[in-house]
Design a protein around this ligand. Structure first.
Ligand code: FA5
Ligand code: MG
Length: 321
């Protein structure tokens, strides 16, 4: 395998066009909305993925690289999603003779097939090197900047956990960076997700804990396994409201994050209802408050919940029921 160059000092503040347009993501795609992406100003965002650096790095002549950094998204709230996380982007470019090198005398289709096989082999090799034996599966996916596109999932905590997206770099993107006669693959790994599987860390919030009971457990390097030091009780609170036409779930999740920080474990939609007469839509969300390192009192959770209710009315304009 060609050695990959490690690049990890690029700024997370990037022009909109680098995060989206140059990746063939249409300007009205859902991921560009302020409900999904953090804007610095109208032309500048906090990178929502490390793919934001693909174009510039390929243009600068890099042919096999791993680009790592912090990425930012408004997203669902649960044990495997967090608004700040880390990705590692891998790109590998094959010369115009890739087909011949991989499959002598092969057509363009055969070359792509051979490159996909190489991509899968590289990533399965990485997974095996990190985890030894784990159950993995490939799932067909869609990204505007790769074709074909795939996702890799690992079986963890009785569920399939998506750890990366990947594919062959889209032909139009290759043309745009002056590599029209080359082939290339790209992947984007969620580093917290991999670390969760490796160290058996059940909740992504723990990466932000400075509790010595957490931090002290990793002196064994890759051989460390997290032993939960205790589990504190969950406290569930429901909130039900009539939506406004502009309502977007991620706005509500962001608001809950603002109020409760890491004291919120997950938020789930438990009931949906459309009024038979006036057609208004109602949502009921169950907020699970739980601290990673202490017991919360009912009184302090009530204060948080009251603040969520107040801000939902004030900022989202929803009508509490
Ligand atoms: C992407 O971000 C693509 N840029 C990946 C890619 C790169 C595809 C190159 C093709 C070529 P996605 O949104 O699925 O794809 O995120 C990639 C990985 O980041 C996920 O598989 C997951 O491991 C991780 N991830 C996504 N959202 C979160 C989140 N909120 N918290 C923690 N990890 C996340
Ligand atoms: Mg995905």
């Amino acid at each position: 395998m060609a050695p990959f160059e490690a690049i990890d000092s690029l700024s997370p503040i990037v022009p909109f066009k680098q995060a989206f347009t140059e990746l063939l993501i249409p300007e009205d795609h859902v991921s560009t909305r302020p409900q999904d992406t953090f804007y610095v100003d109208s032309n500048t965002v906090l990178r929502p993925h490390t793919s934001a650096h693909q174009n510039e790095l390929m243009r600068a002549g890099h042919r096999a690289f791993l680009c790592t950094g912090d990425v930012y998204r408004r997203d669902t709230i649960d044990a495997t999603h967090y608004p700040v996380f880390h990705q590692m982007e891998g790109v590998k470019i094959y010369g115009p003779d890739a087909a011949a090198a991989l499959v002598p005398g092969a057509s363009r289709e055969a070359a792509v097939e051979a490159c996909v096989a190489d991509l899968k082999g590289d990533l399965e090799g990485m997974v095996r090197a990190i985890f030894g034996d784990v159950e993995v599966r490939w799932v067909e996916a869609y990204f505007p900047f790769t074709d074909p596109s795939l996702e890799l999932e690992i079986y963890f905590n009785h569920e399939w956990l998506e750890v990366l997206g990947c594919g062959m770099v889209h032909r139009d993107l290759m043309n745009n960076v002056g590599l029209g006669d080359h082939h290339g693959y790209a992947f984007g790994l969620g580093l917290e997700r991999l670390a969760m599987v490796l160290f058996q860390i059940p909740d992504i919030r723990l990466f932000w804990s400075d509790d010595p009971r957490f931090i002290s457990q990793f002196s064994g390097g890759a051989n460390s396994r997290f032993k939960p030091y205790s589990s504190f009780p969950a406290c569930y609170k429901d909130i039900t409201f009539w939506l406004t036409p502009e309502f977007h779930e991620n706005d509500f999740f962001a608001l809950v994050r603002t109020v409760a920080g890491d004291l919120v474990e997950d938020v789930t939609l438990v009931d949906e209802f459309v009024h038979p007469k006036h057609g208004k839509q109602s949502h009921c969300y169950r907020i699970n408050y739980r601290s990673m390192d202490r017991s919360l009192t009912n009184a302090e959770v009530d204060v948080l919940q009251e603040e969520v209710r107040r801000l939902a009315t004030e900022r989202l304009g929803v009508e509490l029921r």
